[in-house]
Design a protein around this ligand. Structure first.
Ligand code: NMX
Ligand code: MLT
Length: 435
C-alpha cells in the first residue's frame, strides 16, 4: 500500500535522527516554565513535537512547511474543481511532500474501499434521544467503531513495538473512510427526517460528504473540501490534538483517542465556537434587524456581549496574533462566489468592527478572527442552517490531522505522556526561594 510503503521507507532515517538528537543533545534546554504558565493553561510551554504542521503566531499554520495558499495551489485537484483532493492532503501529512494526482487518487481509493459503515454504528446513533447534540452522536459513533481496531487486536496477539504504527495506519484509514457517511447520516437523521442519501462511489471523500448531505449546488463540493482542508490540523497543543495524542500515548487505539479528542473539540472555546459564532450573528440580526449592517450598532452589540461577561466567538487565539489564514481563505471563497449573501456579509462586516472593540477592551491578547469566525456563514449560505451540526464537520476534518500524528507518534515510539504536577504550597515555596 502506497502510504505504508512511503512511511516504511522514511522510518529508519527518522528513527536515527530522533535517537541521535535525544542521545547527543537531550540536555539542551528548549525553554523555561513560569508560575503563570503553570496556572495559565501551559500557554506557550514548548513540550510537544510534531513535524506535520506548525503555527507561527503571525503567519499562521503551515502544513509540512507549506502555507495555506501554497497547499491550495499545489495539491492535485479533481477535474473542474478549485479545491484539492483531501486524499492528497492526507498523503502530504503522512509522507511529507506534495503527491502527484495519481498518488492522491490512490489514497482516495483506499478510503473508498474501506468506507462501508457497519450497521451497529447506525443502530447506536439511532438509539440516542432526538435532542442529543450532533457532536455526542458523532463522538459516540467513532467510539463505537473501536471494536474494529486492528491495533488493539494485534497488540494483544503480541505485536512488536517497531510495528505498532502499521495497524495504527490501518485503523486510521478505516476510520477516516467512514467519517463522511457517518457525519451526513447524523445530519439527515436529525434534520431531514431520516431521508438518507447513499454514497456515490465515483466521488472523492470530500465531494461524497457534500453529496450525502443532499446539497444540490455543485459548489458545495468545493466548499466541503476547503472546510476539511482548513480544519484538519493546527499543530499539537490545541485541545483536540493534544487530547488525542495524550490518550493514544497510553497505547489506546485511534478510535478511543480520536473520540476523546472530539469530546474536547465540542467545547465552546474550541471547535464549538463555530456554532456559537453563527448564533451570535443571528442574534445580531434578530435584535438589530436592518441596523445590523450599521458599524456603530454592531460595535454596541459587541460591547454588550463583553459587558455581559461573554466572549465574542470566533475571535482571539492562544497562539495566533494576526488574522488566521484559515479565516482569510474562507473569506476569499465567500467574496468570490456569494459576496452579497446576507449572513456572509454580516460576518465579513464583524471583522471590520470586533478587532477594534477587543483592542479597546484590552483583555484579549489576539483581537483577530480565527477559523470559526466565518465558517458557519459559508455553511449557512448552502442551506445548512442547523448550526449545532457545524462542529461535526470540524470533527471529521480534525481526525485527518490527529490520526496522521498518531501514526507518526507510534512509528517514532513516543512514550506515554505524564507531566508532573505540583501543589500551590510548592509553587509558593519556589516563588520565595527560587527553587
Ligand atoms: N472575546 C472576549 N474576551 C476574550 C476573547 C474574545 N473573543 N478572547 C480572549 N478573551 C479574553 C479571555 O477570556 C481572557 O479573559 P480573562 O482574563 O477574564 O480570563 C483574556 O481575554 C485573555 O485571554 P487570551 O490570553 O487572549 O486568550 P486565551 O489564550 O486564554 O484563549 C481563546 C484563547 C481562543 C480560547 C479565546 O480567545 C476565546 O475564548 N475566543 C472566543 C472563542 C473562540 O473563538 N474559540 C475558538 C478558537 C479556535 N478553535 O477552533 O479552537
Ligand atoms: C484549532 O484549530 O485547533 C484552533 O485554532 C485552536 C488552537 O490551535 O489552539
Amino acid at each position: 500500500m502506497l502510504l505504508r510503503d512511503k512511511i516504511e521507507h522514511q522510518l529508519p532515517e527518522w528513527r536515527e535522527r530522533v535517537k541521535t538528537l535525544v542521545k547527543d543533545m537531550g540536555d539542551v534546554k528548549v525553554g523555561e516554565v513560569t508560575i503563570s504558565q503553570v496556572y495559565g493553561g501551559m500557554r506557550d510551554v514548548k513540550s510537544l513535537v510534531t513535524d506535520i504542521s506548525y503555527v507561527d503566531p503571525v503567519e499562521g499554520i503551515r502544513f509540512r512547511g507549506y502555507t495555506i495558499p501554497e497547499v491550495l495551489a499545489k495539491l492535485p485537484k479533481p477535474e473542474d474543481a478549485e479545491i484539492p483532493y483531501i486524499g492528497g492532503l492526507y498523503y502530504l501529512f503522512l509522507v511529507g511532500d506534495i503527491p502527484t494526482k495519481e498518488q492522491a487518487i490512490e489514497v482516495e481509493d483506499e478510503w473508498r474501499n474501506r468506507s462501508q459503515v457497519p450497521q451497529y454504528v447506525f443502530d447506536v446513533i439511532n438509539a440516542l434521544p432526538s435532542d442529543a447534540h450532533p457532536m455526542t452522536l458523532f463522538t459516540l459513533a467513532v467510539l463505537t467503531l473501536q471494536r474494529e481496531s486492528l491495533f488493539s487486536k494485534q497488540y494483544h496477539e503480541g505485536l512488536k513495538k517497531d510495528a505498532y504504527w502499521e495497524p495504527m495506519l490501518e485503523d486510521s484509514l478505516n476510520l477516516i473512510a467512514k467519517l463522511p457517511e457517518i457525519a451526513a447520516y447524523i445530519y439527515r437523521l436529525k434534520y431531514k427526517g431520516g431521508n438518507f442519501i447513499a454514497p456515490d462511489p465515483n466521488l472523492d471523500w470530500g465531494a461524497n460528504f457534500a453529496h450525502m448531505m443532499g446539497i444540490q449546488d455543485p459548489l458545495y463540493k468545493d466548499l466541503s473540501r476547503l472546510y476539511f482542508l482548513l480544519h484538519s490540523d493546527h499543530e499539537s497543543g490545541n485541545v483536540s490534538a493534544h487530547t488525542t495524542h495524550l490518550v493514544a500515548s497510553s497505547l489506546s487505539d485511534i478510535y478511543y483517542a480520536a473520540s476523546a479528542g472530539l469530546s474536547g473539540l465540542a467545547g465552546p472555546l474550541h471547535g464549538l465556537a463555530n456554532q456559537e459564532c453563527l448564533m451570535w450573528l443571528l442574534s445580531v440580526k434578530e435584535k438589530c434587524g436592518s441596523c445590523s449592517y450599521d458599524k456603530a450598532a454592531l460595535k454596541q452589540f459587541a460591547w454588550d456581549t463583553l459587558n455581559n461577561g461573554q466572549v465574542i466567538p470566533g475571535y482571539g487565539h492562544a497562539i495566533l496574533r494576526k488574522t488566521d489564514p484559515r479565516y482569510t481563505a474562507q473569506l476569499e471563497f465567500g467574496k468570490k462566489y456569494f459576496p452579497d449573501d446576507e449572513i456572509f456579509r454580516l460576518a465579513a462586516l464583524v471583522y471590520e468592527v470586533v478587532p477594534d472593540v477587543l483592542r479597546e477592551q484590552g483583555k484579549a491578547r489576539d483581537p483577530w478572527p480565527n477559523v470559526d469566525a466565518i465558517s458557519g456563514s459559508l455553511q449557512y449560505h448552502f442551506g445548512i442552517k442547523e448550526f449545532d451540526f457545524y462542529t461535526v464537520i470540524f470533527g471529521a476534518s480534525r481526525i485527518l490531522g490527529v490520526s496522521a500524528n498518531a501514526v507518526w507518534a507510534r512509528a517514532l515510539g513516543q512514550p506515554i505522556e505524564r507531566p508532573k504536577s505540583l501543589t500551590t504550597a510548592m509553587l509558593e515555596e519556589i516563588a520565595r526561594n527560587g527553587k
